[in-house]
Design a protein around this ligand. Sequence first.
Ligand SMILES: Nc1ncnc2c1ncn2[C@@H]1O[C@H](COP(=O)(O)OP(=O)(O)O)[C@@H](O)[C@H]1O
Ligand SMILES: [Mg+2]
Length: 344
Amino acid sequence: MYVSYIKLVNFRNYSNVSFEFDNNINYIIGKNGKGKTNLLESIYFLSATRSFKTKNQNELISINEKKNIIFAEIFDDINKNEISVNLEKNFKKVTVNNKIIKQSSDLLSIFYAVFFSENDIEIIQGTPAERRYYLDIILSKIDKEYIYSLKSLKRLIKQKNNILKTTYNSEIIDVYNTKIEIENIKIVSYRKNIIKFIEEELNIFNKSAKNNIGKVKIEYKQSLLNFTEKEKQTELNYRECLYGAHRDDFIIYCNEMDAKKYLSIGEKRLTSLLIKLTEVMYIKKKKNIDPVILIDDALSGVDEIRKEFFWQIIKGNKLQTIITDTEMKCVDNNIFESYKLIEL
Ligand SMILES: Nc1ncnc2c1ncn2[C@@H]1O[C@H](COP(=O)(O)OP(=O)(O)O)[C@@H](O)[C@H]1O
Ligand SMILES: [Mg+2]
């Protein structure tokens, strides 16, 4: 799939503008503050109906304006689809070919974008919550069952926390624990599956001499198998839910060293970009769709050899790719034979 056209009205710094894109490589050049990230944000919004920058959608409406529009034409192998998003303060309407879409997950089969940015490094060096969030977002896009389990677990944890803090009752806690164990098994199983996939794909990338991050192993740190007296007592002492998928984490080892602790910033950046690439592959495999790749200044801090390694993979994927940069760095290296240049 690819986005051929987008029109933005009152979207962040754009009052009324439209862009046409090539179905392969697009290169967006502009100085700081020109709106490169904003443009990618508008495209990403079409697939996730959420921003990668903010949880508050009102920020996407230009200052001093009351509503905005994102309108886009999306092509897949057979069809052309028109997606339109209308935002007003605390209101969102999404239509596909003039039909209102109620669940944002219904959009994903029509348009799916993967966004690469400098912040992806947080998958490696960020907090456990950031790593869990990363997995949760992908898995929620892939499988509705995962969304149900995750929501259900969150609700159970919230209620159990309340009971732990107020009217502790061992029997009620046991009921909650049984329910939590059931959701926990499902969530952990999904997460372990995708982690195994990421690990395998990273090790395939590793066969290239240009990327010497070493053999990758990813270990899922599961905080709960089942509740025994020990766990119950600890939770009672702290009066808090301490065990379950909401407290899990994963550790990435490169050559048996914890990547978070030992890799250089450049190595972490490249590894995180490669993890995002495995997401592209996961979606292709699970959903049988070709996502659009959005790359925002993402290769700053990565050396020339590894940049070229990354671009060669992008080139080999033959997916629509929209790259932003402040100057024409990767085109200078003649990596892409042809591309569409958009100057902001
Ligand atoms: N809601 C908004 N209304 C108007 N301008 C905005 C809004 N949100 C962000 N901007 C402006 O967008 C610009 C940043 O755009 P951005 O896409 O981040 O630039 P870059 O090209 O450096 O990626 C800033 O100048 C900021 O003031
Ligand atoms: Mg930017």
